[in-house]
Design a protein around this ligand. Structure first.
Ligand code: 5GP
Length: 210
């Protein structure tokens, strides 16, 4: 029999084009009282804070120099340049959380997800898919937060991102938000009941209570 290893947490990686609703879906997962063992990783970025964003809550806002120093020191699980800014996942908090048996949620772009897949293939990769380019355009324009130029750039990038979907384990179609949230929740639950990962843990717990 294999040596017993206590359950380490799951690493859930969520990507998808901007406007696909991944931020909303992740927030809804974090607000779910049943997801009290799920931690949202706070990324570092060199982009300027948007109105209302708080350092250490939405992101760790760093200068490019500081960010590059942390790359040198191998402090990131992954990092990528997105729309001219650097974004990265601080490594240590992820390792600590997983070691405590808690799950981690990363909301990162497809380049970052590809890197995590290379270094941590046990991760579970979810892609939030908007129903169509047309709906995505409507959402981005309706949001009113970006200029037309930025919207065009995001839409062009979307095509490239959607082509990366083959790397993911699941897609969550965000046509209807409630349904998309329910799908994401059921993926998390199902992944936590995989026998291949938890059989030894289960047997031990089962036998302990005689
Ligand atoms: P925003 O500037 O709109 O907050 O984020 C822009 C993009 O960067 C989004 O696609 C978001 O998922 C991605 N992103 C945020 N944090 C990280 C990170 O730590 N690593 C990577 N690779 N992408 C990130």
């Amino acid at each position: 029999m294999k040596e017993y290893v206590p359950r380490s947490g799951e690493l859930f990686v969520v990507s998808g084009p901007s406007g696909a609703g991944k931020g909303t879906i992740c927030r809804r997962l974090m607000e779910d009282p049943e997801e009290d063992q799920l931690m949202l990783s706070v990324s570092a970025t060199t982009r300027a804070p948007r109105e209302g964003e708080v350092d250490g809550v939405n992101y760790y806002f760093l200068s490019r120099e500081e960010f590059e120093k942390r790359i040198e020191n191998e402090e990131f699980l992954e990092y990528a340049e997105v729309y001219g800014n650097l974004y990265g996942t601080p490594l240590q908090p992820v390792l600590d959380t997983l070691a405590q048996g808690k799950d981690v949620l990363l909301e990162i772009d497809t380049q970052g997800a590809a890197k995590v897949k290379g270094t941590y293939p046990e991760g579970i990769f979810l892609f939030i898919l908007p129903p169509s380019m047309r709906v995505l355009r409507q959402r981005l324009e309706g949001r009113g937060t970006d200029t037309q130029e930025v919207i065009e750039r995001r839409l062009a990038n979307t095509k490239a991102e959607v082509e990366e979907i083959g790397m993911y384990d699941y897609y969550v179609l965000n046509d209807d938000l409630e349904e998309a949230v329910a799908t994401a929740k059921s993926i998390l639950r199902a992944e936590r009941t995989r026998v291949e990962k938890y059989a030894l843990d289960l047997i031990r717990k089962f036998e302990e209570e005689e």
